[in-house]
Design a protein around this ligand. Sequence first.
Ligand SMILES: [Zn+2]
Length: 433
Amino acid sequence: MSLDELSKEQLIEKLKLLELENNSLKEQVGKTYGIDNHDNNPQLQQYQHQQQSFNSLLSSEEYRRYGRQMQVPEIGISTQRKLKQSKIGIVDGDTVDVTNLHRQVLHNTETVGMLKCESAKRNLLKLNPNVEIQTYPDLISNDNAFKIISQYDYVLDCTDNPATRYLINDVSVLCGKTIISGSGVKTDGQLCVLNFHNIGPCYRCFYPSPPPANSITSCADGGVVGSCIGLVGIMMATETLKVISGFYSGDNFKPYLGLYSGFGPNQSLRTFKMRGKSNKCKVCCAETRQITKEVIEKGDLDYHTWCGSVDYNVLKPDERIDVQNLKKIIDTEKETKTGFLLLDVRPKEQFEISSIPNTRNIPYAKLKKCKTLEDVLPDYDDVPVYVICRFGRDSQLSVRFLKDQLGLKNVWDVKGGVNKWASDVDGEFFVYW
Ligand SMILES: [Zn+2]
């Protein structure tokens, strides 16, 4: 009787027998050659190879573990086997910080301080010890991207800055990999599948050039609701399953951009049809390709420079004070009562979480729309003004604006913002980032 003729029950029985055989072979091999010499012994290498073929079959425990999913026609045992044969690679050079935990659920309080890739591996293995995970404790870069990405079939881009997004896109396209991409800010998220089997458009087809740098690195950034970005992650996982299972094909895959909105009147996912491949794309169109493996690996394309950074050095040294000076000014004021104004230009929500006492809050976004000094400070009585923000970026732009556009003379920037204040002056200041 051939395998095709066996019933499901008979197949499961056969699998169990093979597993038993597999285990006894493993034991025998271990006894004969010793466990420690695996890597150099050709016979053992052959054994390991066989072992990998066995691994594409599921154990009886795995039949139970994945049973509810395998019964679904869109998945079936064939997709489950593909998943079983796959290897996951996690690239992250960062360590777990307590501020990550509200949204990055692969980590927990116990793993604060650990490398993120190791923390993720540890927790994934707790969830499912049958998964093979390789970790790369590095930031992805021009130097390592090809080596890492070429080893995998699909790339999940969970990064949060344009430079890395373009790098991942370009390398994945040149390696012929499909990208599942997700991102989120505040209560909204975005989702798309890029370079689908080399026939779908890539990130560059949609966005040939990066967004203006000052729209992405403001001190106002950083807020995100954990459950909203979590949902984007889960949607990415589903899209990945659809690509792996073959649910998406060259015929039915239509490029799209999914926009999730968590705090609309109802939660919503709107999908926008996107154009196909651009025939001018500098990476995925063979005729117009300028970005190649060589260009990237030689470092001729510096993604961070190309995506730009805002020039925050807009002030002269004498237009700035440091946090120790601000402390002195505040302490002296208690004696002299000569008056000054501390202006905090962070967004209202951040100001409400924590602020230096007796500070006035005028968010930078609101400030830069003002036409006259009167609009900003209707009761201004010529006292010195000190401007502070979170990290000392928006405050510099605010000082420049107050001086150049609104004619305020006695105004200084507080270097490093409340971040520096919290670390160097007031350890009790509530830090929320
Ligand atoms: Zn493209």
